[in-house]
Design a protein around this ligand. Structure first.
Ligand code: NAD
Length: 260
């Protein structure tokens, strides 16, 4: 069935929009009829995604912002409201991997940075966007966690901690916001073919990226790593009216790797 008009008249805000998963999801929202607001720290890369969204048929609003900064978060939400009047869907997705370090190797500075983007940024985004959604009668929020939010990842210690926090915040927010007709879910990708996915592969085997990709792919029942469009398909489904009874859910998009 065509999904081309399922977000017609709706507004979607995407953070981390200049990255692989955020860019593919912004494009999918636009293809499915939404007005789109693109938020990222990297203003240059955002321009390229903005061009892709325009080719999909809509003129996006582009905002360079740091999601871990409270006043920047308030600003991107108020810019979205000034431009489009409402927010119906929010993909709360910006994140950093942080260094490839274990429990003992992590510096306090690196730990704080990962937590400030991946945890504080997700919290601040949900808070400001939910306030706007409450005024307009509801909406849907999808947070990006990770399979690293479902089991331990000793090699990227703070990242794993931060994504477990995203899972917890998603459940708590779903409980708080259900009565306001705001659904909150999280997606948990395994390795996806983006700059961050490549950084994960390089962390595991810096000398031979193809060998690392092959080895990881063998661990996934579907025999390959994922594509950003495959995450975008789940995110947009969860934001659509087809998912109207789904909230507080934590959804792997992982090629079956967690079935092992
Ligand atoms: P990516 O590196 O391509 O994109 C991440 C984007 O977030 C970048 O454009 C970056 O500029 C932006 N960003 C970082 N810090 C920011 C900040 N403080 N304020 C605003 N923007 C900021 O990576 P991706 O793979 O597209 O990752 C998207 C999300 O998916 C992240 O939350 C990541 O943790 C998660 N994830 C990725 C994978 C994977 O293998 N690619 C797996 C599981 C989860």
């Amino acid at each position: 069935m065509s999904t081309q008009s399922r977000f017609q008249g709706q507004v979607a805000v995407v953070t981390g929009a200049a990255g692989g998963i955020g860019g593919a999801t912004a494009q999918r929202f636009a293809e499915d009829g939404a007005d789109v607001v693109l938020v990222d720290l990297d203003g240059t890369a955002l321009e390229e995604i903005a061009a892709r969204v325009e080719r999909a048929g809509t003129n996006p609003h582009v905002i360079t912002a740091d999601v871990s900064n409270p006043s920047s978060v308030e600003d991107y939400v108020s810019q979205a409201l000034d431009r489009f009047g409402r927010v119906d869907a929010f993909f709360n997705n910006a994140g950093v991997l942080g260094p490839w370090r274990n429990l003992f190797e992590y510096s306090e500075e690196d730990f704080d940075h990962v937590m400030s983007v991946n945890v504080k940024g997700v919290w601040l985004g949900m808070k400001s966007v939910a306030e706007a959604m409450m005024k307009s009668g509801g909406g849907a929020i999808v947070n990006t966690a990770s399979v690293a939010g479902l089991s331990g990842t000793p090699t990227v210690f703070a990242y794993g901690a931060s994504k477990h926090a995203v899972v917890g915040m998603t459940k708590s927010a779903a409980l708080s916001l259900g009565s306001h007709n705001i659904r909150v879910n999280a997606v948990c990708p395994a390795i996806i073919d983006t700059p961050m996915g490549e950084a994960v592969l390089r962390g595991g085997n810096p000398d031979d990226i193809d060998a690392a990709k092959d080895r990881v792919s063998e661990m996934y029942p579907l025999g390959r790593i994922g594509q950003p469009e495959e995450v975008a398909a789940l995110v947009t489904y969860l934001c659509s009216s087809d998912a109207s009874f789904i909230t507080g859910g934590i959804y792997p998009v992982d090629g079956g790797s967690r079935a092992r």
